[in-house]
Design a protein around this ligand. Structure first.
Ligand code: NDP
Length: 309
């Protein structure tokens, strides 16, 4: 069938583009749909200093543009559009784009990522990228010797608070309950760190700032009293939502909604459907790990098509 493509990639973060680079170089003529947020989560961060190969750092937007150009150089067909439905019951798989077009494909690489949860405050959105971040590993370094706050009480929040404490002057950990949900070891580490002050039973009311970015935060304590802290950076660590709504009745997901892949591979429970990047990774969530898993998915896909076309 001439109108069936060999490989469809859904998503345009580091995982999607890396899959596109590898599959296009393998002559699989991939088609990639960029999705709702072309370039993915990295386009919402500022500088990226920890992706190997950029000794002078690079902005998230520039890096994603570079990855896109690199994929296009080898013939990847990158399209603006959103996958709105999938029928993975038989091959070729049937995929609907923008609720209107249908595309048939022999294989699919899902790289739809995850979305960091935000508190939903207007002031938080106003200072996004100007002191408000959802990734301490990405942005913590810019707050060297400064005061920052982390919101959340899970493993991510504790890990980020510990990491920030190694760089910053002081770290407030803002926890809405009177206990931490993180593993005991993480809790112990946080509670023993003199640079971290845990504010239990505090809720975030408003992010304060000026033209230069974040300057503080207004909280309410358990007695509903207002508490103001002075900070230069605010890190949200209240969880992520994997972008798997399209696949929930079709592909095996874990209880949090992340795609489950066969250990050491990118294979999902459906033959010919692969997953890469944050959509299948609740732990590492880095651009480099996403890119690495995009490469794995492309190689798995290439091998699958070699045996199944
Ligand atoms: P979690 O869902 O475990 O924790 C989210 C935290 O954010 C909770 O403390 C929750 O509070 C709080 N929270 C949620 N919404 C709000 C809100 N609106 N305002 C204030 N606080 C809020 O997410 P994590 O990202 O921490 O972890 C996800 C998974 O990844 C977990 O299974 C975790 O164990 C795992 N992980 C493991 C690591 C490791 O092993 N090294 C490192 C990082 C993550 P509340 O408790 O009140 O609901």
């Amino acid at each position: 069938m001439s109108n069936v493509i060999k490989c469809l990639i859904i998503g345009s973060g580091p995982a999607g583009y890396t899959s596109a680079i590898y599959t296009s170089r393998a002559n699989l003529s991939p088609v990639l749909y960029e999705g709702i947020e072309p370039g993915g989560q990295l386009t919402t961060t500022t500088e990226v200093e920890n992706f190997p190969g950029y000794p002078e750092s690079v902005t998230g937007v520039e890096m994603m543009e570079d990855m896109k150009k690199q994929a296009q150089r080898f013939g990847a067909d990158i399209r603006f559009g959103i996958v709105t439905a999938v029928d993975l019951s038989e091959r070729p798989f049937k995929v609907t784009i923008d609720d209107s077009k249908t595309l048939l494909t022999e294989s699919v690489i899902i790289a739809t990522g995850a979305t960091a949860k935000y508190l939903g405050l207007e002031s938080e959105q106003k200072f996004r990228g100007m002191g408000v971040s959802a990734c301490a590993t990405c942005d913590g370094f810019f707050y060297r010797k400064k005061d920052v706050a982390v919101v959340g009480g899970g493993d991510t929040a504790c890990e980020e608070a510990s990491y920030l404490a190694s760089i910053c002057n002081k770290v407030y950990l803002i926890v809405r309950k009177d206990f931490l949900r993180a593993s005991q070891a993480m809790q112990d580490r946080v509670l023993a760190n003199p640079k971290i002050e845990v504010l239990f039973q505090h809720n975030s009311k408003e992010v304060l700032g000026d033209d230069g970015g974040v300057t503080g935060m207004l909280l309410t304590n358990e007695k509903s009293e207002e508490v103001k802290i002075n900070i230069d950076g605010l890190f949200l660590a209240i969880g992520h939502t994997p972008n798997t709504q399209l696949f929930k009745d079709v592909i095996t997901l874990d209880p949090e909604g992340y795609i489950i892949t066969e250990a050491g591979t990118s294979k999902t429970n459906i033959e010919g459907v692969f997953a890469a990047g944050d959509v299948q990774d609740p732990h590492y969530r880095q651009a480099i790990t996403a890119a690495g898993s995009g490469c794995i998915a492309a190689l798995d896909c290439e091998r699958f098509l070699l045996n199944n076309l």
